[in-house]
Each structure stands twice: as structure tokens, then as C-alpha cells.
Design a protein around this ligand. Structure first.
Ligand code: ACO
Length: 337
């Protein structure tokens, strides 16, 4: 083992995972009927073929509940065993109470902390790294970490440059304290943010900045994701490369030591560009955007859960997760699964 974190007394191990994808599917052929686009354009520029869309009654906390119950079952724990709930989402059920409290209520438990994390597509990595701190310090034993998004609510289906990208879904991990790093631990983590890139990707309303405008009219586009696609593309590739390099420098690992890269699924082309620049083998990347689109904070737990289910990722393997998102924010975790 090459990192200091393995000297810790307590280690953070993924005990169980679960994910949920809504039933309704919007294919590229469906998108062709909504905006002036084509299956070929979307596939070639993004790798996306379809995305799942939540129904009108399905809230982020409902999808989080479904994913969480599966993660609890897999970890052989009950909701009462949890010490902390962390929910990453960019579009919560309501502004207040937070979605983590809504999830706590739906899990029928009380009297433990419940916190939402707002870091867009990096939200799940931020949440998992916070959970790691509480486990490593011995404060908590079992933590539920969820990423859940109903992005169709913040998608402008008249804007072809953004509406083809996003989908809905949820993914959850139960992480637990263990003493033997060989049975699972987080070796290394990074968190970062570049506030100066805030205007590359944002949603204006609701929010105080929008509410304080003299002319306080709200058009549909104000409540939806606005994006400078090319700026986001370039910064996302740079973040992936910088984070990967820093992880190798800090830990002494090489690409050979990493079994799988589980990146935020923003766009297949971003990932392929990273592989080329960083000389990282594409065969070791989990590409999972084809059937889900970009699900923001849900994308990493979703793709990790699906890769385990498909038998690609196995226990004891070294996994590097890297995310980048609105803010712009970024984060990574190198772990033994
Ligand atoms: N269908 C057909 N044509 C389209 C579509 C579409 N859905 N969207 C844009 N176009 C057109 C444009 O209008 C433009 O036409 P023009 O040449 O006549 O003006 C042409 O395609 C090229 O547009 P570009 O913006 O240059 O296309 P680009 O190759 O940059 O691809 C894309 C656009 C896919 C958005 C790309 O910039 C990208 O992937 N950016 C990253 C954005 C991203 O991943 N965001 C996710 C959220 S952020 C995150 O998760 C980190």
C-alpha cells in the first residue's frame, strides 16, 4: 500500500450499493420529434442514445429512497443502523426542508443528522468524501450517501444544445467503518472548485440573485440549465487530466494500479479525450452514458452500481472516481472496493 490513509485506525468501506432509474425512457428518436436534432448527431457528439425521465409524482427523495433501500439491503443493514444521511442533488424536492430530511422521513427514521450537498455533478464525490472523514475519525459507523436528480425539471426542451444531454436517476452507497483496509477503504481524495467558471453552467431561478432583480419576471429558460458547451468541455477535460495527475503524484500509483476509472458521465467524448491526453487505457473506463444520459450527482453511484451488477467491477479492485460539474466543482476518490 502506498498511501498514508492506510495507517488510519478506521477505514471507510462501501458496504452496499443501489440505484434507481425511472421507467419512462426518452430515446434520441423521441428527441428528434421535440427539437431539430438527429440520433446520429447526439450519438456522435455525446455517446447518448436514450435517457430515463421521472414521472410527475416522482420526487428526488422518492428515487433516493428506492436506491437507498437496495443499498441498505446489500449492506445487510436497517435504516435504524444509519448515523448520518448525505444527499447530493442540484434540484432538491423543495428549498426547505432539505431532501436528506425528506429521505430520512421516508426511511421512517429520526434523530440523526441529514444534510444536502450542492456541488452539481461533483456532489456525490463531495458527499462521499465528507462521509469518509466522519468514518475515519471514528465519529460515525454507517453513513448513507445518495446522488439523486430529476433533471427534466431544469431542462429546456426547446434548447437543442442542452436538452439532449440530461436524464433522471438515483444512486446510493452505504459506507461503513472497518478496521482492515484490505477489505475496502478510501486511499486518497481531492476536492476542488473554480468559481471563476460559474457562468459556464448555471440555473438562475429560484435564487436570491434572480429574486432581487428589479424586473422580476421568470421565463422558462431562467429555471433551466444554461450552458456554454465548449467552455465546459475544455474545462472538464482539463479537470480530469489534472485530478488524475495529482492522484498519481500524491499516491505513487500508476495507471496499472488502477483497475477502473468511474468518471462522472458528462459526455463520452470528454472521457475519450482524457484517455488520449493522459494515456489512460479506454478499456479501464466505465462508459455508462448510452442509456442514462448525464444524471449529474447520480451518475457516479449509478454507473458504479451498474458496473458491479454487470460483473465488471469486483471486490478488492482499485477504483478511481473523478467528477466535475457546475461551479465549477471537481473531486476524486481513489478507493479499494
Ligand atoms: N442537434 C443537432 N445540432 C446541434 C445540437 C443538437 N442537439 N446542438 C447543437 N447543435 C448544432 C449547433 O447549433 C451548431 O450548429 P451551427 O454550426 O450551425 O452553428 C453545431 O451543432 C455545432 O455546435 P457546437 O456547440 O460547436 O457543438 P459541439 O461539438 O461543441 O458539441 C456539446 C456540443 C455536445 C454540448 C459539446 O460542447 C459538449 O459536449 N460540451 C460539454 C457539455 C457537457 O457535457 N455538459 C454536461 C453538463 S456539465 C457536466 O456534467 C460536467
Amino acid at each position: 500500500m502506498k498511501t498514508n490513509s492506510t495507517l488510519n485506525k478506521h477505514h471507510c468501506r462501501i458496504g452496499g450499493m443501489g440505484y434507481y432509474l425511472p421507467e419512462k425512457i426518452l430515446t434520441n428518436q423521441d428527441m428528434e420529434k421535440i427539437v431539430d436534432t438527429s440520433d446520429e448527431w447526439i450519438k456522435q457528439r455525446t455517446g447518448i442514445e436514450s435517457r430515463h425521465i421521472a414521472n410527475a409524482n416522482e420526487l428526488p427523495s422518492d428515487m433516493a429512497l428506492k436506491a437507498s433501500l437496495k443499498a441498505l439491503e446489500q449492506s445487510q443493514l436497517k435504516p435504524e443502523d444509519l448515523d448520518f444521511i448525505l444527499v447530493a442533488t442540484l434540484y432538491p424536492d423543495r428549498i426547505m426542508p432539505n431532501t436528506a430530511c425528506e429521505l430520512q422521513k421516508k426511511l421512517n427514521i429520526s434523530n440523526i443528522p441529514a444534510l444536502d450537498i450542492s456541488a452539481a455533478c461533483s456532489g456525490f464525490i463531495y458527499a462521499l468524501s465528507i462521509a469518509n472523514q466522519y468514518i475515519q475519525t471514528g465519529i460515525y459507523k454507517n453513513i448513507l450517501v445518495v446522488g439523486t436528480e430529476t433533471l427534466h425539471h431544469v431542462t429546456d426542451y426547446t434548447d437543442r444544445t442542452t436538452c439532449v444531454l440530461f436524464g433522471d436517476g438515483a444512486g446510493a452507497f452505504v459506507v461503513s467503518r472497518n478496521t482492515n483496509p484490505e477489505q475496502g477503504c478510501i486511499y486518497h481524495q481531492t476536492l476542488n472548485a473554480y468559481g471563476e467558471f460559474g457562468e459556464a453552467l448555471y440555473i438562475s431561478a429560484p435564487g436570491a440573485r434572480h429574486s432581487s432583480k428589479k424586473e422580476r419576471t421568470t421565463e422558462k429558460k431562467d429555471t433551466c440549465i444554461q450552458m456554454d458547451g465548449q467552455k465546459v468541455f475544455k474545462k472538464a477535460v482539463q479537470i480530469l487530466c489534472d485530478t488524475y495527475t495529482k492522484t498519481l503524484e500524491d499516491t505513487g500509483y500508476t495507471s496499472t494500479d488502477i483497475d477502473w476509472l468511474v468518471p462522472h458521465q458528462a459526455n463520452e467524448r470528454i472521457l475519450k479525450k482524457f484517455c488520449k491526453i493522459a494515456n489512460f487505457p479506454e478499456e479501464k473506463v466505465i462508459f455508462d452514458i448510452k442509456e442514462t444520459g448525464n444524471t449529474s450527482s447520480a451518475s457516479i453511484p449509478l454507473s458504479m452500481g451498474r458496473a458491479v451488477e454487470q460483473g465488471k467491477i469486483k471486490r478488492s479492485q482499485n477504483i478511481l472516481m473523478i467528477a466535475m460539474g457546475g461551479g465549477m466543482t471537481s473531486g476524486s476518490l481513489l478507493l479499494k472496493y
